[in-house]
Design a protein around this ligand. Structure first.
Ligand SMILES: [Zn+2]
Length: 104
């Protein structure tokens, strides 16, 4: 689970998911309201994990039986991913040149 960079409180799964689904660049801590952002590693790994099935899909689907199995596989994969995402999240301080955008 991600930890706040300011107060070091651990976020719950629900709080982490909420910060993820808003897709905002800056995330306020639910405890101390300190704004922070995901590390670039976090962003990259989340993007990769979500898009890899879509990229590989066209290559594995060549008949109907296979494609429905793949569809189920991907559904399970995405569901598991959703459950595990908060464990991959990591926050960092907002760099100085971005702080003016975080004020709002
Ligand atoms: Zn905090």
């Amino acid at each position: 689970m991600p930890k706040c960079i300011a107060c070091k409180e651990k976020w719950t799964w629900k709080q982490s998911m909420r910060s993820f689904v808003t897709f905002s660049r800056f995330i306020s801590c639910p405890y101390c309201e300190k704004k922070q952002m995901f590390t670039s590693m976090t962003r990259i790994s989340m993007l990769l994990l979500v898009f890899v099935p879509y990229i590989t899909m066209p290559y594995v689907i060549n008949d109907e039986v296979k494609s429905s199995a793949v569809a189920i596989g991907i559904a399970i994969y995405l569901l598991t991913l959703l459950l595990l995402l908060p464990f991959l999240m990591d926050f960092r301080e907002i760099p100085k040149h971005l702080q003016k955008y975080a004020q709002k």
